[in-house]
Write a protein that binds this ligand. Structure first.
Ligand code: AMP
Ligand code: MN
Ligand code: MN
Ligand code: MN
Length: 282
């Protein structure tokens, strides 16, 4: 259990709960510092903030930005951001457009593979069109009967070489870090163990992230093995980066790990919140 959970989703991206319910659930799990980090949108933050204030917990405004790096997709969290910063708003609008067009291409590709009405089907699961994700298509594909579970959907659909794949080029890593900094936030490389990189490529990514001014690594996340936690702890210390922790909670039905149900940061690491004085003071 952890009183900090700095990574989760609401229905403004691919979570299933409204922001108010995410915050309520976090509070009842004894989370005291919660960052809502929807994919490429800040639309849920106002509602989350209002509920956090009512319940007396701290809501840290966040976002999870999609990044293209060496033909891989990475996720970079912007934490403690000022959501109304113009350059961030522009980036958000740009990615919403990329997502919308990619979603249309996904629907068309599924149509060609003999699965009709995927566009309407996926949109049924989306609360807004700000951030249409593969998760929305995955939920539709389970409902349609194309696969028995979300996990199986991602094995047979929505990825390169499979029906329902459409390539997207997201933001550059350097632009993303710069935009987060302009929005007065800190940039954290999300779930670094999930990118399926060789040891050499992973080291190169961490080095580049630090060189470009990245602030921290998400050392504690629901899908790291103990070995990965040790590995990223070492690299955090080596590169002088701070460390973050988050559940990446999406849904009570779909997520294996609940809000706040994550380990504490390993000893010796500097928490990403170490200089968030105004938040930690009261
Ligand atoms: P997108 O950003 O639209 O490409 O969608 C990515 C989202 O799909 C991730 O944030 C996850 O929530 C979900 N996702 C991707 N791969 C898997 C998987 N193998 N199992 C479950 N969810 C996945
Ligand atoms: Mn997601
Ligand atoms: Mn992610
Ligand atoms: Mn996430």
């Amino acid at each position: 259990m952890n009183s900090f959970d700095l990574h989760c989703h609401s229905w403004f991206s691919d979570g299933t709960l409204c922001p108010a319910d995410v915050v309520k659930r976090a509070a009842s799990n004894n989370v005291r510092y919660l960052a809502l980090t929807d994919h490429d949108t800040v639309s849920g933050l106002k509602e989350a903030q209002a509920t956090a204030q009512e319940l007396g917990i701290h809501l840290i405004p966040g976002i999870e930005i999609s990044v293209s790096w060496n033909s891989k997709t990475l996720h970079v969290l912007g934490l403690n951001i000022q959501p109304d910063t113009l350059i961030l708003q522009h980036a958000v609008a740009k990615i919403a457009d990329i997502r919308f067009k990619r979603a249309q291409a996904i629907a068309l590709d599924l149509e060609k593979a003999g699965i009709p009405h995927a566009w309407e089907g996926a949109l049924q699961y989306a609360h807004s069109t700000d951030s249409i994700t593969r998760t929305h298509f995955a939920r539709f594909l389970v409902e349609y009967g194309a696969a028995p579970s979300l996990g199986k959907v991602y094995r047979h659909f929505l990825r390169p070489g499979k029906p329902g794949y459409a390539k997207a080029t997201w933001l550059d890593l350097d632009d993303t870090i710069r935009i987060i900094h302009e929005a007065k936030g800190v940039a954290v490389l999300a779930h670094p163990g999930r990118y399926d990189l060789s040891a050499t490529a992973c080291k190169r990514l961490l080095g580049q992230f630090a060189e470009l001014g990245g602030d921290g690594i998400e050392v504690i996340t629901s899908n790291h093995t103990p070995e990965q936690t040790r590995y990223f702890t070492e690299h955090c210390l080596r590169l002088g980066l701070k460390a973050s922790c988050g559940s990446d909670f999406h849904s009570p039905e779909e997520s294996r790990i609940d809000l706040g149900h994550i380990a504490s940061l390993p000893a010796g690491l500097t928490p990403i919140w170490s200089n968030w004085l105004s938040i930690l003071e009261h």
